[in-house]
Design a binder for this molecule. Structure first.
Ligand code: GTP
Ligand code: MG
Length: 370
């Protein structure tokens, strides 16, 4: 059953909390402003005060991001967000490690830095690139299914000795469906039997026409193992990003996307948030999916505490009320009452949806279990 605190109801009616408490007292109920009352009592109070009862709809309660567009002059350049995709064993993880290693001090490279699902690399020219360290598939299928298209550029890794494989083709299709430009990284060029030209030719069959073949898709021959041409790959990303003119407004309440979330034994619910616009700060009150919270700490991809995080920066956020889902949006709101209201509304909606989708027939139950 729906409940509401006396204060929240007072806020919605634009009445004083104390007046509601008085009215409730007359009705024989001893409550404070912080206590909750049930829906029937709330409705009685509303009519008592001469207000109309309005059924709350999504438009009233939930946050409408689409209606909140930034003015063009508020937009500033932001780092591109890059996902690495490709067939099994073609070197996605090795390439990520190599790119990251190029940025991390030699002494630190022994895996001390914790895994947060996303990290930033600084190119020689000082430009920053954000890499999503989630398997390409999840990043595209799950997050896209939830309406969270965070990737700006896809790196398609193809092993030069193995060529185009089923997951290469799947990756191409995912990137195309998402409308994300591809850069081809032809990997393992150090290996005997490496044939980069064959990769370029075979890509034609999938409508990926690289520059050497007269198209406009950039391709870079690399070796993640021998760390060959990593700078060239970073340059290719920077060039692609420049063409795209990626921008966001850093001077507003933050909005971000959950890349990963977990329940940490010592720290409680922790989410890696990729900030999309605005600047997320310690102390900010927010809604994140169906959870609310207040930012207790922000931790960057180097494991360092930071005070704030701007557009395209990935950060671990501590201070969540529960564990959100990958792809959920985090939105900073004006106060805790608002955060709780939206979170409660979303939890209710999620529950309704689950109830509505519950399998009814035996057949349905089996397929649900399959
Ligand atoms: P999955 O996550 O299983 O899909 O694989 P992956 O694409 O992340 O490949 P991973 O980085 O794990 O590399 C697979 C194997 O290829 C490992 O044994 C790597 O050492 C090797 N490898 C990766 N890059 C190179 C390269 O540039 N040259 C050579 N010779 N081997 C490489
Ligand atoms: Mg891997």
């Amino acid at each position: 059953p729906d409940t509401i605190t006396v204060q929240e109801l007072a806020n919605r009616m634009a009445e004083k909390g104390a007046d509601l408490v008085k009215a409730l007292f007359k009705m024989g109920m001893m409550v404070t402003v912080n206590q909750t009352i049930d829906q029937d009592t709330a409705e009685l109070l509303v009519t008592e005060f001469g207000h109309e009862i309005k059924r709350v709809s999504e438009a009233d309660v939930d946050i409408r991001h689409d209606e909140d567009v930034d003015a063009p002059e508020a937009l500033k350049p932001r780092a591109p967000v890059v996902t690495i995709m490709g067939h099994v064993d073609h070197g996605k993880t090795s390439l990520l490690d190599a790119l990251r290693g190029a940025n991390v001090q030699a002494g630190e490279a022994g895996g001390i830095t914790q895994h947060i699902g996303a990290y930033q690399v600084k190119a020689k020219d000082g430009s920053v690139i954000t890499f999503l360290d989630t398997p390409g598939h999840e990043a595209f299928t799950e997050m896209r299914a939830r309406g969270a298209n965070v990737t700006d550029i896809a790196i398609l890794v193809v092993a030069a000795d193995d060529g185009i494989k089923p997951q290469t083709i799947e990756s191409i299709n995912h990137a195309k469906a998402a409308g994300v430009p591809i850069i081809v990284a032809i990997n393992k060029i150090d290996k005997d039997g490496a044939n980069p030209q064959r990769v370029r030719e075979r890509l034609l069959e999938h409508e990926i026409i690289v520059e050497a073949m007269g198209g406009d898709v950039q391709d870079v021959e690399v070796s993640a193992l021998k760390k060959l041409n990593l700078d060239k790959l970073l340059d290719a990303i920077a060039l692609q990003a420049e063409i795209m003119e990626l921008k966001a407004n850093p001077d507003r309440n933050a909005e971000g996307t959950v890349v990963e979330a977990k329940l940490d034994k010592g720290r409680g619910p922790v989410a890696t948030i990729l900030v999309r616009r605005g600047t997320l700060k310690v102390g900010d009150v927010f809604v994140c999916g169906a959870e609310s919270g207040r930012v207790r700490a922000l931790i960057d991809d180097q494991g360092k505490q930071v005070k704030s995080a701007g557009p395209s920066m990935p950060v671990e956020v501590l201070g969540l009320g529960g564990v959100p889902m990958a792809g959920d949006t985090l939105t900073v709101v004006e106060n805790e009452a608002r955060a709780r209201e939206v979170a409660a509304y979303r939890q209710e909606q999620a529950l309704k949806k689950r109830t509505a989708q519950a399998p009814v027939s035996l057949e349905g139950m089996f397929s649900a279990l399959a």
